[in-house]
Design a protein around this ligand. Structure first.
Ligand SMILES: [Zn+2]
Length: 407
């Protein structure tokens, strides 16, 4: 396999998690009597451009099952994040009724609704029907497509180049990152701004967030590599912010390469910091597997010890992260009998691979667990707040990555 950005031959493994089913392939009761498809889950690193990437065995159509689509608006903290972003950008770029904001992977309209309310024209691009329907119900125009160069050209030739193109948690999920970036260039108005948010590889490494690895997550991005991809497409990263979302994300600001705006010091400073943390050395990547194995072993020891003590542990959050962690650790219902999740689309289903049943959160009051293991650790505080009543019977919240910790 060759690098998806620079086409060099990929020879170095960063992480090998064996085989796993697609992380959103939740199963019905009937599915449990059928065979289940597993794909290799292996991450490589390119020694030339340092793009960390999944070997893409699975087809995009198999991975993006529309039935269990994630609705961004189900997270209140994410809604608040989107609202404050919309206000900040409207102010910073002086957006008004003559501007156009395009969001790629606009989901259920969790972000663009803020621009609609402010009277700023917008367009969502979203391939999943269920979430696109929800956005349209909020008055947001949606083009149903996977974004890339051809969609970018189509927008440009239709006179719909944007003053602001937003991509939140989509850049790491596109199989062809070069084609996507060329599409951004095509759809961007002269003087326009692109902002992309994605989990920062530097934090993944720092906090051993190996559970953020799954098939649908094709790229694990450093600022250095994103700058290279932008440059090749005729764009330039002129500013970057570090965000706490998803365990540590970047928001990059991009413009056309010849835009008069100067590049802020934040860009070279962070590229230097990445180098000082070893992000452009082979040895750093070679050591990661052992660190991931330690997290896996720690979780297993913890669950086995609680079982021997007769304590009941249940999980919260049927998220992709949880599936990666549980499947790599080989956790089954004997150690973790149930997962609760607030999304009705997942309730009554079973986690792929582990076959742990997903139930509605009301079960917490009935089960009175000793420990609730929050699988999506990035929302642990929010979960501990919402279900704080478990403390009435001495219950505790815990997370497993980068090591077992009580919240
Ligand atoms: Zn490369």
């Amino acid at each position: 396999m060759n690098c998806r950005h620079c086409d060099s031959r990929l020879e170095h493994t960063f992480l090998d998690l064996g085989f796993a089913p697609p992380s959103n392939a939740y199963l019905s009761e009937a599915d449990l009597r059928k065979p289940e498809l597993y794909y290799p889950l292996k991450i490589m690193v390119c020694a030339k451009c340092w793009l960390v990437q999944t070997e893409d065995y699975a087809q995009a159509e198999e991975l993006f099952s529309p039935e269990y689509a994630y609705f961004s608006s189900t997270s209140s903290s994410w809604l608040a994040h989107a609202k404050s972003y919309a206000e900040a950008m409207t102010d910073r770029l002086s957006l008004d009724a003559n501007s156009l904001v395009i969001e790629v992977a606009s989901n259920d309209g969790y972000l663009l609704r803020n621009f609609v309310e402010a009277g700023i024209p917008c367009l969502g691009i979203e391939p999943t029907d269920s979430t696109a329907d929800a956005a349209e119900a909020l008055g947001i125009p949606v083009m149903r497509a996977f974004f890339g160069e051809s969609v970018g050209q189509q927008l440009a030739s239709g006179g719909r180049q944007a003053d602001l193109i937003v991509g939140n948690n989509v850049y790491a999920h596109v199989p062809d990152i070069n084609d996507f970036t060329v599409g951004l260039k095509a759809a961007l108005e002269a003087g326009g701004t692109v902002t992309l948010e994605f989990p920062h590889l530097m934090r993944l490494v720092e906090f051993t967030q190996f559970d953020t690895v799954y098939h649908e997550h094709f790229s694990y991005l450093s600022l250095y590599t994103v700058c290279r991809i932008f440059e090749q497409a005729g764009l330039r990263v002129f500013d970057v912010e570090q965000l706490p979302t998803h365990g540590g994300s970047l928001r990059v600001f991009g413009c056309h390469h010849d835009d008069p705006r100067a590049t802020a010091d934040s860009v070279p400073d962070l590229i230097d910091e990445e180098a000082s943390r070893g992000l452009r050395t082979q040895s750093m990547y070679q050591d990661f597997q052992a660190r991931a194995d330690e997290v896996k072993d720690g979780l297993l020891s913890f669950l086995l010890a609680r079982k021997q003590e007769g304590k009941q542990v249940i999980a919260y959050g049927a998220a992709a992260k949880g599936n990666t962690l549980l499947n790599y650790a080989g956790v089954k219902p004997d150690l973790l009998p149930l997962v609760c999740d607030a999304a009705p689309s997942k309730q009554g289903k079973f986690m792929p691979g582990s076959h742990i049943p997903v139930l509605e959160p009301g079960v917490i009051r009935k089960a009175k667990p000793d420990i609730v293991l929050v699988l999506p650790w990035n929302i642990a505080d929010e979960v501990a707040d919402t279900y704080s009543f478990i403390r009435e019977w001495g219950g505790q919240f815990a997370t497993a990555v980068p090591s077992i910790k009580f919240v």
